[in-house]
Design a protein around this ligand. Structure first.
Ligand code: FAD
Length: 366
């Protein structure tokens, strides 16, 4: 008989041991990576600061905001804003090679700061930049990362970050904890968390650090920036009014009725995944688990069944109005107002009624 194969050797502290090592127990504080681009901070960073504040208050820990950038990128101004949104300390790293996002210098900068100041939680927006950076930071630090979370809590027993996200195509919600490694990392999409109120009376501390990397060490070169004119036009996550259409509209011609109502209401047009897949509308208009998360004041859903993968992207809307021929459609379970009827008749009727109402109102104002 041959001996069974010996188990693979793992580095100390890894494997099934879920106890935090003494060194990792020293990690304290909830950090948010503040994403900025050509003079503007992405709102998701402030949404995450609001969430970080709640998590940190539960843990009795401070909130840190991390800003990396070039010397002329006004990081001090962004840090003041971060403090007003809930940060206690802002970690600022300025260096010519940090002007304009590139993975290598940002990964080095953020991992250096984490190794030096040891936060227990690190949150990033699930934007193109945040997704790119979070993956390389987590793998460099050999820690756990939960992507695209829809809810963040502190587990009352382990005090670990309980990061919840949809999984198996949205059929399950899964809560993931990083028990044996630090920091515990998570990304969250824009608009999933509420925007906190800014409080200009708050005060905080600024901590400046150096990167110590030179241009010749960086393989990626930023030659030019070409704005995607198309994506700037459709800003679903931050629209106040969205009129969305689904497969119940039957064909792309009828989808024009959705565009007309959105135009009269000064809103954006959204859609379900099958309509995008059928080529009726642009992919940027897809709302849901594999599309955008939206939080408008008004969401009108026409010919949409209300599948969970669509619901997770829009249930945070203040008011949901559903138009559907089927009174048993799942959308009526969570819509605030429901119209059982044919969208091809209801949409033009609403467009006409709103147009008349709004023109009367503007006549009164004039
Ligand atoms: C991994 C995964 C990810 C997914 N991600 C997303 C996502 O991000 N976003 C998304 O939307 N979906 C997503 N889906 C698909 C999702 O499961 C549903 O298939 C989809 O949301 C259904 O779209 P729908 O409501 O347009 O179509 P249907 O489910 O076909 O519903 C059409 C509705 O229109 C109604 N209707 C029919 N005729 C009329 C009429 N004349 N007037 C009014 N109502 C009418 C019907 O009663 C029905 O309720 C995903 C699926 C998977 C597996």
């Amino acid at each position: 008989m041959t001996e069974p194969a010996a188990p693979a050797k793992r580095p100390a502290g890894r494997g099934r041991n879920l106890e935090l090592s003494e060194e990792l127990k020293a990690y304290k504080g909830v950090w948010v990576f503040v994403e900025h681009d050509r003079g503007h901070v992405h709102s998701v960073s402030w949404e995450l600061l609001g969430e970080a504040r709640k998590l940190a208050d539960t843990l009795g820990s401070p909130v840190g905001a991390v800003l990396l950038g070039g010397a002329d990128e006004h990081l001090d101004k962004f840090a003041a804003e971060a403090i007003s949104f809930g940060a206690d300390t802002c970690y600022l790293m300025t260096d010519p090679v940090l002007k304009g996002y590139r993975n290598e210098p940002f990964t080095k900068g953020l991992t250096d700061l984490v190794n030096k100041y040891k936060p227990e939680i690190l949150l990033l927006g699930a934007t193109s930049q945040g997704r790119d950076l979070a993956g390389s930071v987590a793998t460099t630090l050999l820690t756990g990362l939960t992507a695209d979370c829809t809810e963040l809590n502190i587990d009352p027993v382990s005090k670990a970050l309980a990061a919840t996200r949809p999984t198996f195509g949205g059929s399950l919600y899964c809560t993931i904890m990083t028990l044996a490694y630090r920091p515990q990392m998570a990304t969250v999409r824009p608009r999933v968390m509420l925007m906190p109120k800014a409080d200009s009376s708050r005060s905080g501390t600024l901590v400046h650090d150096m990167l110590g990397m030179v241009e010749t060490q960086i393989v990626t070169k930023l030659l030019d920036f070409i704005a995607d004119a198309h994506s700037n036009k459709i800003n679903l996550p931050y629209a106040d009014v969205i009129v969305s259409g689904g497969k119940g509209l039957k064909n792309p011609d009828n989808f024009k009725l959705v565009f007309e109502l959105a135009r009269v209401l000064g809103g954006e047009v959204g859609s379900t995944r099958p309509c995008v897949q059928a080529g009726w509308v642009e992919a940027e208009r897809q709302v849901g688990q594999t599309g955008k998360t939206v939080r408008p004041k008004l969401y009108i859903a026409a010919g949409i069944s209300g599948a969970v993968q669509h619901r997770v992207g829009m249930e945070g809307s203040d008011v949901i109005v559903a138009i559907n021929t089927d009174p048993n459609a799942p959308i009526f379970e969570f819509a605030h107002y429901g119209i059982v009827g044919n969208a091809m008749l209801v949409l033009p009727a609403l467009t006409k009624a709103f147009a008349e109402h709004l023109s009367k109102r503007s006549a009164q104002v004039a």
